[in-house]
Design a protein around this ligand. Structure first.
Ligand SMILES: *Cc1c(COP(=O)(O)O)cnc(C)c1O
Length: 373
């Protein structure tokens, strides 16, 4: 079976984790997490105080939402995203307002978002779907014209850049995920990056049960005993074990992970671009993209039969994503998202991870070509 996605781990990560286990013996949030934050900051091009590591991308989004909105507020978000984006919003008591996407870029439709603004709208959460940071300038113009905060769900876009600037080095509040199959993994994990000092203080405290200014102490192996708490917090801090994995993975991103993801992406595009029934997402032309997933659009109702055919030939595929407005928790009769509904019937995700080889990709492309002929 050719797998859709996979964590790519070898002995380097094992050695790093073993070192924390045997030499340091402190598995919670300590020095290693501080070092991972420094490494990320250096890689992205921000100060290390701007990076806050947590135990998942969902936690990063939840803390970001809680820092800028309160119960009953609304956040504009594309329905076409991983469930996490929606759950992170509703976890804070905030209402996710499902928006449509552009048919070409598959990212949030700013005009549709504009039509859904109310006095309670606090922010827009964009999703860099399939690592495509599309229309960011338009989005930030829209946000500032309407006095909205921006949360970038950049779970797919770690290492990507726009106009030669890394995602996370500019913008308002940017959230990354390091779950098992993302561009880099820390086992589980995530990070918030922002230059807003108030937000930084809030999210640093709220990842440690809201205990005021505990983060700095943790880096040096201490903690607060006589403390105060102002805000609701969570056990969302990253552990030293996960940070050790993340630090090794980060070193491999530009050398190994990115080149193979990009190589496979290019083969897929080259081999499939002339097939009538297949279309690709349109990506931002001045972006550097390390593709996290490889979605194609399969026209004329052939998606499900192609998917079955690939499955029978031992090729695993996925559907990223089932739109959130179709889930009972978020369903409302008045929600009408025609592009999202159409794309949902066409979207198919093909295998993409650094452990594949060129022959696997050609085999998949040949199967698709033979089926659609
Ligand atoms: C993976 C992902 C998340 C959540 O990250 P976790 O680390 O799995 O919690 C959020 N949004 C999108 C679009 C994702 O793909």
């Amino acid at each position: 079976m050719i797998r859709l996605s996979k964590s790519v781990i070898d002995k380097d990560e094992v050695i790093a984790v073993t070192k924390v286990l045997l030499e340091d013996g402190y598995l919670g949030m300590g020095k290693e997490v501080g070092l991972f934050e420094e490494d990320i900051a250096k890689y992205i091009g921000v100060e290390s105080c701007n990076v806050v590591c947590v135990n998942s991308g969902t936690a990063a989004l939840h803390l970001a939402v809680q820092a800028i909105a309160k119960s009953g507020d609304e956040i504009l978000v594309p329905s076409f995203t991983f469930l996490s984006s929606f759950q992170a919003i509703s976890a804070a008591g905030v209402i996710p307002v499902a928006c449509d996407i552009y048919e070409d870029t598959l990212t949030i439709d700013v005009d549709d978002a504009l039509s859904k603004i109310t006095p309670r709208t606090k922010a827009i959460m964009c999703v860099h779907y399939a690592s495509n940071p599309a229309n960011i300038e338009k989005l930030y113009n829209f946000a500032s014209a309407n006095k909205l905060r921006v949360i970038e769900d950049a779970a797919h876009a770690f290492g990507c850049s726009l106009n030669s600037q890394k995602i996370g080095s500019f913008g308002d509040i940017i959230c990354f995920s390091f779950d098992g199959i993302k561009n880099i993994t820390s086992g589980e994990g995530g990070a918030i990056i922002t230059k807003d000092v108030e937000i930084l203080e809030l999210v640093k405290d709220s990842r440690l049960l809201g205990v005021i200014k505990d983060s700095e102490k943790r880096y040096s192996g201490n903690r607060s005993w006589d403390f105060d708490v102002l805000n609701q917090g969570y056990r969302y801090h990253m552990s030293n074990l996960f940070a050790a994995i993340g630090r090794v993975q980060l070193k491999k991103l530009d050398m190994f992970f990115a080149p193979s993801r990009i190589k496979f992406y290019n083969i897929y595009h080259g081999e499939l671009k002339n097939i009538d029934d297949i279309a690709f997402q349109v990506t931002e032309s001045n972006a550097y993209i390390i593709p996290h997933i490889l979605p194609i659009l399969v026209k004329r109702n052939k998606r499900d039969s192609l998917r079955d055919f690939l499955e029978k030939n031992n090729v695993q595929t996925g559907i990223h994503y089932k739109p959130n407005h179709l889930l009972s928790l978020y369903y409302k009769e008045e929600i009408n998202l025609p592009v999202t509904d159409r794309i949902y019937n066409q979207i198919l995700t093909l295998p993409l991870h650094p452990n594949l080889n060129v022959d696997d990709i050609y085999k998949i492309c040949n199967l698709i070509q033979s089926f659609l002929k």
